[in-house]
Design a protein around this ligand. Structure first.
Ligand code: HEC
Ligand code: HEC
Length: 283
């Protein structure tokens, strides 16, 4: 019986194979009537012929959802940015320091979101923004680490994204980051789970199609963290990866795991050239 139910599920998920196309909208995102965002642009060279254009998930959302993101007063994600501003200025830990003690205003972080994940020479590792934040908390503030996808962390990543909005994603994939990038690429194209689907099967081969009630995008991460209308909170990149892997009925990796770090670098690089949009609004 259980197996039958699983099969029925698999069939309904696969049903998008023959489903209708719904093109991304022809629309321009102008933030606060001020910053024109790049939501579609020529694909970065490393994608070769996989896709011609890279498209922000914003182009696949409905009119109202798109409008919510265009104005900070309507964007519920900005409430969490404000919460993070308070945390930014709050001293914590054995050193009695706040983020502001060393970094001044959050604006000094403009451009940082756009280049992460990034190789850190001293640590000899590719670091996500979350890892860098926790490194500062542990080793510079003497404070406890934040959990990888919990509210303090995701709010802080929203604050850091917000001051980079409009800047092009530009993660480095060569040099010391290359082997991590290659690992991420392999994960992206590996079929997993009972449904035997890879990220690429949905987000490269089938974007534009309807899957159940959802308009399938390219699965870009330039809009993260995203405020989802579905769960009314900010969602981290690795939490989204986890959800997507689960949908293929596979065992998933943990947020913050080496696999998801590599996958994040690779997926970020597929969006090189798109504007940083976080916090964005999605279904
Ligand atoms: C005692 C000083 C100090 C405090 C407090 C501190 N940091 Fe840092 N932070 C640094 C230094 C130094 C670097 C550069 C370190 C490196 O490259 O490894 C850095 C780097 C960063 C970067 C990466 C910047 C880049 O250009 O790549 C981010 C993001 C960051 N910190 C966020 C935070 C946040 C958020 C907090 C508060 C939770 C915080 N930091 C608290 C000293 C501090
Ligand atoms: C069965 C199809 C399917 C597979 C396989 C799949 N996803 Fe998704 N994914 C979706 C759907 C449906 C959504 C929600 C609609 C959208 O934004 O595309 C989504 C959304 C996303 C988003 C959010 C995009 C945004 O703009 O908010 C990201 C990022 C993402 N997926 C990454 C991945 C990655 C990485 C993998 C592989 C580990 C993967 N997905 C595998 C169906 C899939």
């Amino acid at each position: 019986m259980k197996r039958l139910a699983q099969l029925a599920c698999a069939v309904s998920v696969m049903a998008f194979g023959g489903a209708a196309m719904a093109d991304p909208v022809d629309d321009t995102l102008i933030l606060n009537e001020d910053i024109t965002m790049v939501t579609r642009t020529a694909a970065p060279a490393h994608l070769e012929d996989a896709v011609d254009e890279v498209l922000s998930g914003w182009l696949f959302r409905g009119t109202e959802t798109r409008a919510m993101q265009a104005d900070d007063f309507d964007n519920p994600g900005m409430i969490f940015v404000e919460q993070a501003e308070d945390v930014w200025n709050t001293a914590e830990g054995s050193e009695g320091k706040s983020c502001a003690s060393c970094h001044n205003e959050p604006d000094t972080m403009a451009g940082v979101r756009a280049v992460y994940p990034k190789w850190n020479e001293a640590a000899g590792e590719v670091r996500t923004l979350e890892m860098q934040i926790n490194d500062c908390r542990e080793n510079r503030m003497g404070a406890e680490k934040w959990k990888y996808t919990k509210s303090n962390m995701v709010n802080m990543t929203a604050l850091l994204a917000s001051v980079s909005r409009g800047m092009p994603i530009n993660v480095a994939i060569d040099g010391p980051a290359q082997s991590t990038w290659e690992q991420g690429k392999e994960l992206y194209y590996t079929r997993t789970g009972q449904l035997e689907l890879s990220c690429a099967n949905c987000h490269e081969d089938s974007y534009g199609k309807m899957i159940r009630a959802d308009h399938l995008s390219q699965g870009q991460i330039n809009g993260f963290p995203v405020y989802r209308l579905k769960n009314t909170k900010l969602n981290a990149v690795h939490a989204r990866f986890k959800g997507c892997v689960r949908d293929t009925r596979a065992e998933t990796y943990k947020p913050g795991s080496p696999e998801f770090i590599a996958l994040e670098l690779y997926v970020a690089s597929r969006g090189n050239g798109l504007s940083v949009e976080g916090p964005s609004i999605r279904n």
